[in-house]
Design a protein around this ligand. Structure first.
Ligand code: SF4
Ligand code: SF4
Length: 107
């Protein structure tokens, strides 16, 4: 699933932490414990993520952000390996893989 987030999320340590773990391979989390997120207002529609996705599952939407750029979406989520290649090539930190937040344990 591709989740759209507001610009405040970019400040979240979770975003960078998740990307760092994914890119260094140090995370032992499974792909199903991760998700791809996009921060629409950061996207400039360059298409790098679309070109470099090894699964060829990213496409442009008809939706545009406030700057007039078409956003990206995942056309086939089941094929996403959560490799974070999209996040690594995005020049604007607009897309990337993060760990899905788990509900805190209640005792
Ligand atoms: S995480 Fe990998 S497979 Fe999934 S959309 Fe990004 S580049 Fe494609
Ligand atoms: S690489 Fe980043 S800025 Fe370029 S289209 Fe993809 S999400 Fe948007």
């Amino acid at each position: 699933m591709l989740r759209f987030l507001d610009t405040l999320f970019i400040e979240s340590l979770g975003f960078f932490g998740g990307r760092l773990q994914a890119s260094t391979g140090k995370s032992d989390m499974k792909p199903e414990d991760k998700e791809v997120i996009i921060i629409p207002e950061r996207c400039k529609g360059c298409g790098f993520c679309i070109e470099f996705c090894p699964q060829y599952i990213l496409n442009k939407t008809t939706e545009i952000n406030s700057k007039g750029y078409h956003l990206v979406y995942i056309s086939n989520d089941s094929k996403c390996t959560k490799c974070d290649m999209c996040g690594m090539v995005c020049p604007d930190f607009a897309i990337g893989v993060v760990d899905i937040e788990k509900e805190p344990c209640r005792s």
